[in-house]
Design a binder for this molecule. Structure first.
Ligand code: SAM
Length: 278
Protein backbone atom coordinates (compact mmCIF):
# COMPACT_ATOMS: atom_id res chain seq x y z
CA UNK A 1 0.00 0.00 0.00
CA UNK A 2 1.05 3.64 -0.28
CA UNK A 3 1.77 3.74 3.44
CA UNK A 4 4.41 0.98 3.17
CA UNK A 5 7.75 2.65 3.96
CA UNK A 6 10.33 2.58 1.19
CA UNK A 7 13.43 0.70 2.45
CA UNK A 8 16.44 2.95 2.99
CA UNK A 9 18.38 1.17 0.24
CA UNK A 10 15.60 1.89 -2.29
CA UNK A 11 15.28 5.62 -1.55
CA UNK A 12 16.35 7.67 -4.52
CA UNK A 13 18.61 10.69 -3.97
CA UNK A 14 17.75 13.94 -5.70
CA UNK A 15 19.01 13.98 -9.29
CA UNK A 16 18.92 10.21 -9.75
CA UNK A 17 16.71 8.60 -12.39
CA UNK A 18 15.63 5.19 -10.99
CA UNK A 19 14.51 4.04 -14.45
CA UNK A 20 18.09 4.16 -15.74
CA UNK A 21 20.78 1.82 -14.50
CA UNK A 22 24.06 3.42 -13.51
CA UNK A 23 27.51 2.00 -14.12
CA UNK A 24 28.57 2.61 -10.51
CA UNK A 25 25.44 0.98 -9.08
CA UNK A 26 25.55 -2.04 -11.42
CA UNK A 27 29.22 -2.54 -10.47
CA UNK A 28 28.24 -2.28 -6.80
CA UNK A 29 25.56 -4.94 -7.40
CA UNK A 30 28.14 -7.26 -9.00
CA UNK A 31 30.45 -6.76 -6.01
CA UNK A 32 27.63 -7.68 -3.61
CA UNK A 33 27.16 -4.11 -2.30
CA UNK A 34 23.92 -2.53 -1.07
CA UNK A 35 24.00 0.80 -2.92
CA UNK A 36 22.00 -0.29 -5.96
CA UNK A 37 18.40 -0.28 -7.19
CA UNK A 38 16.20 -2.88 -8.80
CA UNK A 39 17.01 -1.61 -12.31
CA UNK A 40 20.74 -2.14 -11.59
CA UNK A 41 20.21 -5.66 -10.27
CA UNK A 42 18.18 -6.44 -13.41
CA UNK A 43 21.16 -5.46 -15.57
CA UNK A 44 23.45 -7.63 -13.45
CA UNK A 45 21.06 -10.59 -13.56
CA UNK A 46 20.60 -10.24 -17.33
CA UNK A 47 24.36 -10.48 -17.82
CA UNK A 48 24.68 -13.36 -15.34
CA UNK A 49 21.98 -15.30 -17.19
CA UNK A 50 24.17 -15.28 -20.31
CA UNK A 51 27.59 -15.27 -18.64
CA UNK A 52 27.36 -16.95 -15.23
CA UNK A 53 30.91 -16.04 -14.18
CA UNK A 54 30.56 -12.34 -15.02
CA UNK A 55 30.83 -11.25 -11.37
CA UNK A 56 34.48 -12.21 -11.63
CA UNK A 57 35.03 -9.33 -14.05
CA UNK A 58 34.23 -7.03 -11.12
CA UNK A 59 36.17 -9.06 -8.54
CA UNK A 60 39.29 -9.21 -10.71
CA UNK A 61 39.03 -5.50 -11.44
CA UNK A 62 38.70 -4.49 -7.82
CA UNK A 63 41.50 -6.81 -6.67
CA UNK A 64 43.79 -5.39 -9.36
CA UNK A 65 43.01 -1.83 -8.24
CA UNK A 66 44.05 -2.73 -4.70
CA UNK A 67 47.26 -4.56 -5.74
CA UNK A 68 48.27 -1.82 -8.17
CA UNK A 69 47.66 0.95 -5.61
CA UNK A 70 49.64 -0.94 -2.98
CA UNK A 71 52.51 -1.48 -5.44
CA UNK A 72 52.59 2.20 -6.46
CA UNK A 73 52.38 3.41 -2.86
CA UNK A 74 55.04 1.01 -1.58
CA UNK A 75 57.55 1.08 -4.40
CA UNK A 76 57.43 4.31 -6.38
CA UNK A 77 57.39 6.87 -3.58
CA UNK A 78 54.36 8.52 -5.18
CA UNK A 79 52.00 10.11 -2.66
CA UNK A 80 49.46 11.70 -5.04
CA UNK A 81 46.64 9.66 -6.58
CA UNK A 82 44.06 10.75 -9.15
CA UNK A 83 41.41 8.02 -9.15
CA UNK A 84 39.22 8.46 -12.25
CA UNK A 85 35.82 6.77 -12.07
CA UNK A 86 36.28 5.86 -8.44
CA UNK A 87 32.90 4.16 -8.01
CA UNK A 88 30.85 3.69 -4.87
CA UNK A 89 32.75 3.25 -1.61
CA UNK A 90 33.37 -0.43 -0.95
CA UNK A 91 35.47 -2.57 1.39
CA UNK A 92 38.94 -1.26 0.43
CA UNK A 93 39.04 2.13 -1.20
CA UNK A 94 42.10 3.73 -2.81
CA UNK A 95 42.74 6.15 0.05
CA UNK A 96 42.58 3.35 2.61
CA UNK A 97 45.06 1.22 0.66
CA UNK A 98 47.60 3.98 -0.01
CA UNK A 99 47.25 5.83 3.30
CA UNK A 100 48.03 2.59 5.09
CA UNK A 101 51.43 2.76 3.37
CA UNK A 102 51.84 6.53 3.72
CA UNK A 103 49.21 8.34 5.83
CA UNK A 104 50.07 11.63 4.11
CA UNK A 105 49.10 10.37 0.65
CA UNK A 106 46.65 12.60 -1.16
CA UNK A 107 43.80 11.04 -3.10
CA UNK A 108 41.48 12.88 -5.46
CA UNK A 109 38.52 10.80 -6.56
CA UNK A 110 36.66 11.78 -9.73
CA UNK A 111 33.25 10.45 -10.75
CA UNK A 112 30.07 11.84 -12.28
CA UNK A 113 27.46 9.63 -10.63
CA UNK A 114 25.24 11.48 -8.11
CA UNK A 115 25.00 8.43 -5.85
CA UNK A 116 28.80 8.13 -5.80
CA UNK A 117 29.05 11.81 -4.92
CA UNK A 118 26.55 11.47 -2.05
CA UNK A 119 28.11 8.34 -0.53
CA UNK A 120 31.69 9.44 -1.18
CA UNK A 121 31.26 12.81 0.48
CA UNK A 122 29.84 11.12 3.58
CA UNK A 123 32.78 8.69 3.72
CA UNK A 124 35.43 11.35 3.21
CA UNK A 125 34.20 14.03 5.56
CA UNK A 126 36.79 13.04 8.13
CA UNK A 127 39.78 12.55 5.83
CA UNK A 128 41.53 15.79 5.04
CA UNK A 129 43.92 14.26 2.47
CA UNK A 130 41.10 12.89 0.34
CA UNK A 131 38.70 14.75 -1.95
CA UNK A 132 35.91 13.90 -4.35
CA UNK A 133 35.35 15.85 -7.56
CA UNK A 134 32.44 15.64 -10.00
CA UNK A 135 33.80 15.74 -13.55
CA UNK A 136 33.73 13.84 -16.85
CA UNK A 137 36.75 11.52 -16.83
CA UNK A 138 36.50 11.15 -20.61
CA UNK A 139 37.28 14.86 -20.90
CA UNK A 140 40.88 15.08 -19.58
CA UNK A 141 40.99 18.88 -19.65
CA UNK A 142 37.86 19.05 -17.49
CA UNK A 143 39.57 16.83 -14.89
CA UNK A 144 43.07 18.29 -15.10
CA UNK A 145 41.94 21.94 -15.05
CA UNK A 146 39.44 21.39 -12.24
CA UNK A 147 40.15 23.82 -9.44
CA UNK A 148 39.89 21.24 -6.66
CA UNK A 149 42.18 18.85 -8.55
CA UNK A 150 44.75 21.66 -9.01
CA UNK A 151 44.49 22.62 -5.34
CA UNK A 152 45.08 19.12 -4.01
CA UNK A 153 47.61 17.73 -6.49
CA UNK A 154 51.02 19.23 -7.21
CA UNK A 155 51.60 18.89 -10.95
CA UNK A 156 55.35 19.44 -10.43
CA UNK A 157 55.55 16.07 -8.64
CA UNK A 158 54.71 12.58 -9.99
CA UNK A 159 51.07 11.54 -9.81
CA UNK A 160 49.48 8.09 -10.00
CA UNK A 161 46.58 8.15 -12.44
CA UNK A 162 44.05 5.36 -12.03
CA UNK A 163 41.74 4.42 -14.91
CA UNK A 164 40.55 1.13 -13.54
CA UNK A 165 37.40 -0.35 -15.05
CA UNK A 166 36.45 2.91 -16.71
CA UNK A 167 37.49 3.17 -20.36
CA UNK A 168 35.32 0.24 -21.51
CA UNK A 169 32.36 2.47 -20.62
CA UNK A 170 33.36 5.13 -23.14
CA UNK A 171 30.72 5.15 -25.87
CA UNK A 172 32.17 6.94 -28.87
CA UNK A 173 34.75 6.45 -31.61
CA UNK A 174 36.80 3.24 -31.28
CA UNK A 175 40.04 5.22 -30.94
CA UNK A 176 38.49 7.53 -28.31
CA UNK A 177 40.00 5.85 -25.21
CA UNK A 178 43.55 5.93 -26.63
CA UNK A 179 43.18 9.63 -27.46
CA UNK A 180 41.74 10.35 -23.99
CA UNK A 181 44.71 8.65 -22.37
CA UNK A 182 47.16 10.46 -24.67
CA UNK A 183 45.77 13.76 -23.40
CA UNK A 184 46.19 12.65 -19.77
CA UNK A 185 49.77 11.43 -20.39
CA UNK A 186 50.75 14.66 -22.12
CA UNK A 187 49.96 16.66 -19.00
CA UNK A 188 51.20 14.29 -16.28
CA UNK A 189 54.59 15.15 -14.75
CA UNK A 190 57.54 12.96 -15.64
CA UNK A 191 57.87 9.97 -13.27
CA UNK A 192 54.08 9.61 -13.01
CA UNK A 193 52.44 6.18 -13.11
CA UNK A 194 49.20 4.92 -14.57
CA UNK A 195 47.18 1.84 -13.59
CA UNK A 196 44.58 0.85 -16.15
CA UNK A 197 42.20 -2.06 -16.68
CA UNK A 198 39.72 -2.87 -19.40
CA UNK A 199 37.28 -5.64 -20.44
CA UNK A 200 39.08 -7.92 -22.91
CA UNK A 201 38.11 -10.06 -25.85
CA UNK A 202 40.76 -12.78 -25.40
CA UNK A 203 40.42 -13.93 -29.05
CA UNK A 204 40.34 -17.59 -28.03
CA UNK A 205 37.76 -20.07 -26.78
CA UNK A 206 36.57 -17.46 -24.24
CA UNK A 207 35.66 -14.90 -26.91
CA UNK A 208 32.06 -16.14 -26.80
CA UNK A 209 31.75 -15.10 -23.13
CA UNK A 210 33.19 -11.65 -23.93
CA UNK A 211 30.78 -11.14 -26.82
CA UNK A 212 27.73 -12.29 -24.83
CA UNK A 213 28.59 -10.04 -21.90
CA UNK A 214 29.31 -7.09 -24.20
CA UNK A 215 25.98 -7.54 -25.95
CA UNK A 216 24.12 -7.74 -22.64
CA UNK A 217 25.86 -4.72 -21.11
CA UNK A 218 25.52 -2.50 -24.15
CA UNK A 219 21.88 -3.35 -24.83
CA UNK A 220 20.82 -2.99 -21.20
CA UNK A 221 19.51 0.13 -19.45
CA UNK A 222 23.18 0.71 -18.46
CA UNK A 223 24.21 0.90 -22.10
CA UNK A 224 27.99 0.44 -22.10
CA UNK A 225 30.75 -2.17 -21.82
CA UNK A 226 33.13 -2.73 -24.75
CA UNK A 227 35.51 -5.68 -24.81
CA UNK A 228 38.78 -4.81 -26.59
CA UNK A 229 41.59 -7.14 -27.67
CA UNK A 230 44.89 -7.30 -25.79
CA UNK A 231 46.58 -5.32 -28.61
CA UNK A 232 43.91 -2.63 -28.40
CA UNK A 233 44.29 -2.43 -24.62
CA UNK A 234 48.07 -2.10 -25.03
CA UNK A 235 47.58 1.01 -27.20
CA UNK A 236 45.86 2.70 -24.23
CA UNK A 237 49.28 2.94 -22.55
CA UNK A 238 50.68 5.05 -25.43
CA UNK A 239 54.47 5.23 -25.25
CA UNK A 240 54.67 4.83 -21.48
CA UNK A 241 57.17 2.37 -20.05
CA UNK A 242 55.28 -0.74 -18.92
CA UNK A 243 56.10 -2.19 -15.53
CA UNK A 244 56.62 -5.97 -15.54
CA UNK A 245 54.80 -8.15 -16.54
CA UNK A 246 53.29 -5.62 -18.98
CA UNK A 247 49.71 -5.69 -20.17
CA UNK A 248 48.26 -8.99 -19.08
CA UNK A 249 45.11 -10.65 -17.75
CA UNK A 250 44.46 -9.02 -14.38
CA UNK A 251 44.40 -12.47 -12.79
CA UNK A 252 48.09 -12.76 -13.74
CA UNK A 253 49.20 -9.26 -12.68
CA UNK A 254 51.16 -10.04 -9.50
CA UNK A 255 48.46 -12.21 -7.99
CA UNK A 256 48.51 -12.84 -4.25
CA UNK A 257 49.70 -16.43 -4.31
CA UNK A 258 49.90 -19.66 -6.29
CA UNK A 259 46.89 -20.52 -8.41
CA UNK A 260 45.19 -23.65 -7.09
CA UNK A 261 42.26 -23.69 -9.53
CA UNK A 262 42.02 -22.90 -13.25
CA UNK A 263 40.82 -19.43 -14.27
CA UNK A 264 37.12 -19.21 -14.98
CA UNK A 265 35.96 -17.74 -18.29
CA UNK A 266 35.43 -14.22 -16.94
CA UNK A 267 38.95 -14.12 -15.54
CA UNK A 268 40.19 -14.51 -19.12
CA UNK A 269 38.20 -11.45 -20.17
CA UNK A 270 39.70 -8.51 -18.29
CA UNK A 271 43.24 -7.19 -18.66
CA UNK A 272 45.43 -4.24 -17.82
CA UNK A 273 48.70 -3.15 -16.34
CA UNK A 274 50.78 -0.41 -14.79
CA UNK A 275 53.15 1.92 -16.62
CA UNK A 276 55.47 4.87 -15.97
CA UNK A 277 55.87 8.13 -17.81
CA UNK A 278 59.59 8.69 -18.46
N1 SAM B 1 37.49 2.40 -10.54
C1 SAM B 1 36.61 1.64 -9.67
C2 SAM B 1 37.08 0.22 -9.58
O1 SAM B 1 37.88 -0.17 -10.44
O2 SAM B 1 36.68 -0.50 -8.69
C3 SAM B 1 35.16 1.72 -10.14
C4 SAM B 1 34.90 1.23 -11.54
S1 SAM B 1 33.20 1.38 -12.02
C5 SAM B 1 33.03 -0.01 -13.06
C6 SAM B 1 33.29 2.73 -13.20
C7 SAM B 1 33.07 4.10 -12.58
O3 SAM B 1 33.33 5.10 -13.58
C8 SAM B 1 31.66 4.34 -12.09
O4 SAM B 1 31.67 4.79 -10.77
C9 SAM B 1 31.09 5.41 -13.01
O5 SAM B 1 30.17 6.28 -12.37
C10 SAM B 1 32.36 6.12 -13.44
N2 SAM B 1 32.21 6.79 -14.74
C11 SAM B 1 31.78 6.26 -15.91
N3 SAM B 1 31.79 7.17 -16.88
C12 SAM B 1 32.22 8.34 -16.30
C13 SAM B 1 32.44 9.66 -16.78
N4 SAM B 1 32.23 9.96 -18.07
N5 SAM B 1 32.90 10.58 -15.92
C14 SAM B 1 33.11 10.28 -14.60
N6 SAM B 1 32.93 9.04 -14.10
C15 SAM B 1 32.48 8.09 -14.92
Amino acid sequence: TSSTPVPQSERVPVGVDPTRASIARVYDAFLGGKDNYEIDRKVRDGVLAEAPYASHLAYENRDFLIRACRFIAQQTGITQFLDCGSGLPTAENTHQVVQRVNPDSTVVYVDNDPVVMAHGRALLEENENTTLVSADIFNPAEVLDNETVRTHLDFDQPIALLQVGTLHHFEGPADGPAEIMRQYYERLPSGSFVALSHFMDPENEYTAMARKAEDKFRHSPMGSGTFRTMDEIRTLFGDLELVEPGVIRLADWWQDGPRLTPLNEAQHCIAGGVARKR
